[in-house]
Design a protein around this ligand. Structure first.
Ligand code: FAD
Length: 383
């Protein structure tokens, strides 16, 4: 019996229709712009409203808050269609994650205030946690928010913020109590349009993901209304951050496996067409074995990620399992991308080739969203 094309067990007819619509949209409205986005180091702001108008933002947020009323499977379709084509600049991941913090921890009023505008792409979300002195060790966050009447006054800086230069709503992690490393953190949802004392620093020059405007952010006596405090409770920042990590880690693993699928398909096509020594390079035993290996790795990764998606939809994905998916899939992603570049020869080193861009883009997957070492720390505690 020959191998059937794989389809995720969580797909159904509705999701197949959604995939068709998303895939058509990505192919016609986003892919042709990717080279320009990479050159200018950010995605056009208008694209956000456009994707929102198409109904592809916050697909797993309830309709009463302006979302699509679906679940993570709907979101997954968008992640997959983007990652498969190597579109890594559109930061819908952090946008969705920021929205989920509002959904899970915001007051009813806060959900109505921010989620519908985020679903329409009128507000572009970012997560602002990392600081020059606090990455893996988030308890080291120093950006300070001091209550002053009905406002907080914020001073400090953030680094490596995805969507940083175009974001109009920040999920900003601040220190509200300097005396308590862990319980002294809080989250403010900060709208940045016209905000005095707020400044976007450099859009950072990166190895890959060049269409992504990863930026520095600065806060100098920035005054924000006290009712931007997520859930209107101080000191719960760390607790809130920990609660939503499986979601974030699964999005990274899913992007990783979809990119692997895209790269493997592209490479399989390439080796059939490229000739050397009078043969298609795909006829050499080495090429066939390499392809067999990366197809296998990709399928094993996909099967595990699909299981995680099903668990997340049921509300059963635990932190350790999500951490396993994050570290293993992203490690494998890099290995697979390396093989795909190798099988492309010199062309694989050229940016105009998909596998070249994917190779460079994949490196950071092992670093952000909690480094792979931190994932192993987490897993080891449960062994
Ligand atoms: C392209 C990009 C996009 C990003 N987007 C965002 C974003 O949108 N929002 C945001 O807030 N942050 C973002 N980040 C930041 C990212 O999450 C951090 O870079 C990451 O968490 C690591 O922190 P660090 O860079 O300070 O490294 P460090 O924490 O200094 O780590 C350096 C090395 O030490 C290791 N290490 C640290 N602690 C331990 C330990 N306990 N045990 C073993 N090893 C350890 C790490 O694994 C790593 O290998 C982004 C980063 C990049 C590069």
């Amino acid at each position: 019996m020959s191998m059937k094309p794989y389809e995720s067990p969580w797909m159904d007819d509705d999701l197949r229709m959604l995939r068709e619509a998303v895939s058509r949209y990505v192919e016609t409205e986003m892919l042709p712009k990717d080279a320009r986005w990479r050159a200018q180091h950010h995605v056009d702001r208008e694209t956000w409203r456009d994707v929102g108008a198409a109904g592809f933002l916050l697909m797993d947020v309830p309709a009463e808050y302006g979302g699509g009323g679906g679940d993570f499977r709907h979101e997954a379709v968008l992640y997959e269609e983007l990652a498969r084509r190597g579109i890594s600049g559109f930061g819908q991941g952090v946008h969705s994650i920021a929205a989920h913090y509002v959904l899970n921890y915001g007051t009813e009023e806060q959900k109505h205030r921010w989620l519908p505008r985020m679903a329409r792409g009128e507000l572009i979300g970012a997560i602002a946690m990392t600081e020059p002195g606090a990455g893996s060790d988030l308890k080291g966050i120093r950006t300070r928010a001091v209550r002053d009447g009905d406002e907080y006054v914020v001073n400090g800086s953030k680094i490596f913020i995805t969507n940083g230069s175009i974001a109009t709503i920040l999920m900003l992690v601040v220190r509200t109590d300097p005396g308590d490393r862990s319980r002294g953190l809080s989250i403010l949802m900060v709208e940045t349009e016209g905000l005095k004392g707020y400044r976007v620093g450099r859009v950072l020059d990166k190895m890959g993901m060049t269409a992504q405007d990863t930026s520095e952010l600065y806060f100098e006596d920035v005054r924000v209304p006290a009712d931007t405090l997520l859930g209107l409770v101080e000191g719960k920042g760390m607790h809130q951050l920990m609660g939503d990590l499986p979601y974030e880690r699964l999005t990274i693993a899913l992007g990783g496996v979809a990119a692997m699928e895209g790269a493997v398909a592209e490479t399989a096509k390439y080796v059939r067409e490229r000739k050397a020594f009078g043969h298609a390079i795909g006829e050499f035993q080495n090429t066939r074995f390499r392809l067999a290996e990366i197809v296998t790795i990709t399928r094993v990764a996909r099967t595990f990620v699909d299981k995680c998606i099903e668990q997340l939809v049921k509300g059963e994905l635990d932190t350790e399992t999500a951490a396993m998916a994050k570290w293993w899939v992203t490690d494998m992603q890099q290995q697979v991308m390396d093989e795909c570049v190798q099988l492309h020869g010199g062309y694989g080193y050229m940016n105009e080739y998909l596998v070249c861009r994917m190779f460079a883009d994949s490196r950071v997957q092992r670093i952000y969203g909690g480094t792979n070492e931190i994932m192993k720390e987490l897993i080891s505690r449960s062994v």
